[in-house]
Write a protein that binds this ligand. Sequence first.
Ligand code: AMP
Length: 434
Amino acid sequence: MSFAALELAEPLLKAIETQGYTQPSPIQAQAIPAIMSGHDVMAAAQTGTGKTAAFTLPVLHRLMEGKPAVNNQVRALVLTPTRELAAQVGASVSLYGQNTPLRSTVVFGGVKINPQMMALRKGSDVLVATPGRLLDLYKQNSVRFNQLEILVLDEADRMLDMGFIHDIRKILALLPAKRQNLMFSATFSQDIRKLARGLVNDPVEVSVAAANATADRVEQWLTPVDKKQKAALLIKLIQQHGWSQILVFTRTKHGANKLTRQLEDTSLRAAAIHGNKSQGARTKALESFRQGKIKILVATDIAARGLDIDQLPMVVNFDLPNVAEDYVHRIGRTGRAGASGQALSLVSADEIDQLNAIEKLISKEIRRDLVDEFEPLHRLPDSKLNSTPPRRKKSVKKAHTPKQEHHDGQRPPIHKKRRNRRRSPAKAPAPAAK
Ligand code: AMP
């Protein structure tokens, strides 16, 4: 199927052509006609499926008919959970709308409100916003919804996870009852369906890429390793393989900061990106990463959602996420738009429950590759799905530099694997708490 067959307006087809997209992605093929015909839509789609264009293109198409927004009015409101996602959706709206007269604005917290108030004055055909800042702007009389035609909730599941439900309800109460509602979410949990009941009317439901479809495009493996050894192993692997442009996930902000320091102590250029970082620091880190000035971006799950970094070759799970779906989101950062990617997880014995949950979700056992001299004292239990013995990877010749040992404060490398194997896990020192 071609984009032209979807009967999108000419200026939009031109922008699509400029982007070099040859055909709609599955979510686009399903969602675009439903949205163009004016239906409410509930779409299950993750980042990387082309979901942004799936709602942006038909929304722009519809807005091309009708009167332009005037005086602080908004015609289509897109709510996103994070500042990064707002900025990226805003960029997509500008990109796809480049040949149209439609005006778009992006607002989010963490930056000065005044320039945003100015930008809203003339009215916005599309406003992309995070919920808190939108409410602040509404209180200041900077935004009006009398002209509102379309509401989009992007990454609705993440909005609920981040506690935006009250803000969303407040915003819904401000909007005209007669409007088109579009809800995009990676998953449709009970909570999402509950939210949907008060939001969408007789929606067309579209869904693509079950969790394991994304996972199939990515080469995944894991290395069992003791918690305390993870940083040293990661540093070694990065140096050994010459990996560049790696997105590393940690479970906590503290973990992200600590790992970033450890990487930088070995002269690896790294930056942390998480909720405690200012907007300026996040944007700077992302830009440096894009330009290749920083090799490694260390992120928490929430901060990483919506980061639009194309063709990312490598994702490393320094910690496994507590929520299995987040694993799929994480590895979905690589192998996008048809490219293949790699995802490595460093897994310690205490993460076996998370590993079992992930393997159950993706219906597949993740290959285990031991790295010599980093074999764990605390054996990672066999996974529930299967029990294939781990493959041995080529030896890492020098396991540690003195500098790394100093910074990691870790035990010396184990050179005698056999002795290590016989050691009873019960006698081994407990893994460090995170
Ligand atoms: P998204 O799921 O919205 O984050 O989009 C993922 C990536 O796919 C973005 O970098 C888009 O530029 C790209 N993309 C979107 N639609 C298409 C398409 N039809 N063909 C190729 N790439 C696309």
